[in-house]
Ligand binder design. Structure first.
Ligand code: GSH
Length: 292
């Protein structure tokens, strides 16, 4: 219950380490949103709604902290993975770096989608066609800030916003971390020796119905530049305190101790994976309250 969660502390020895890692696997987890910075929020809202078919779900201006957030996606936030754009007053440009890969969007007809995006003045950086070394028809486009979106041809899905691709320096290390510390499943692993990379799809449910984390390892590349643009993924949990314990047990770095956010009251905890990718865990009940 919420009461026991709030009272859970490090001193609580009744819950052993093994139990915590077992609990992680049964926790009610779901990727909620991916957070990143944009230089002109209205420009991005226009692009995502007109070119990608997303809906503007929520917008909040926080003048005291000099930023604006906009949430966009293909369905309501209580059941869909969405983007959370951050605009910081006065900053019109960010460095995307080399570590961030792309966001994946499933569409039923990639060529048609690309045609529409082109007609609206969008930038296509890879034309529709089968992925190199595979069969799935894909295309790549770039949004106004230079974030890449992969369009993947797939049958109708409840979750069109289907991937966040991040590059990592040691794939086995990452897979272990996301399995043990986050309770994710390795859904698929594919080596593409011809193009010298391996990908691992990690998530909380099958790829055709849930947004997944696509980790990419390029042969021999162990370090990337993170830039300043991409921020983090937020994942829902029933207990941010136990979540933080599990992350610590697995060698993850807690960057924000579990507890309520001042003012808002929503309980969160934040951590870094072995490559320094950030994740924020958000209390499920507090999150649904935020949506009311
Ligand atoms: N070197 C690539 C990277 O770091 O982005 C490895 C990952 C990769 O190539 N992914 C595939 C891709 O982008 C999609 S799974 N293929 C490009 C194409 O088919 O044109």
């Amino acid at each position: 219950t919420a009461t026991t969660s709030a009272n859970f502390t490090e001193a609580d020895t009744s819950v052993g380490q093994e139990d915590i890692l077992q609990w992680v696997k049964t926790d009610k987890r779901r990727p909620l949103h991916v957070v990143y910075r944009v230089g002109d929020i209205e420009r991005t809202i226009k692009f995502y709604t007109e070119c990608l078919g997303m809906k503007l779900l929520r917008k909040r201006d926080v003048p005291e902290e000099k930023y604006t957030n906009a949430f966009l996606g293909f369905g309501p936030e209580d059941s869909h993975f969405v983007v959370e754009l951050t605009y910081n007053y006065g900053i019109d440009q960010y460095d995307i770096g080399t570590a961030f890969g792309h966001f994946g969007i499933a569409v039923d007809d990639v060529s048609k989608a690309v045609e529409l995006i082109t007609a609206k003045g969008g930038k296509v950086i890879r034309n529709p066609g089968p992925v190199k070394g595979g069969n799935t028809v894909i295309a790549f486009i770039e949004d106004p800030d230079g974030y890449k979106f992969e369009l993947l041809e797939r049958d109708a899905t409840p979750e069109p916003f289907c991937q966040v691709m991040l590059r990592v320096g040691d794939l086995d290390r990452s897979i272990e971390f996301y399995k043990k510390a986050f309770g994710m499943e390795l859904l698929r692993r594919r080596d593409n020796p011809e193009y010298k990379y391996t990908i691992a799809m990690m998530g909380y449910g099958p790829e055709d119905k849930n947004a997944v984390l696509e980790l990419t390892y390029n042969y021999g590349v162990t370090e990337y530049e993170k830039g300043t643009a991409y921020a983090q993924i937020a994942i829902g949990t029933d207990d941010v305190y136990k979540t933080a314990e599990a992350v610590k047990l697995c060698g993850g770095k807690i960057t924000r101790e579990p507890g309520p956010l001042p003012g808002l009251g929503t309980k969160i905890t934040a951590c870094l994976d072995p490559d320094g990718w950030k994740t924020v865990f958000v209390d499920n009940i507090d999150f649904s309250r935020e949506l009311e």
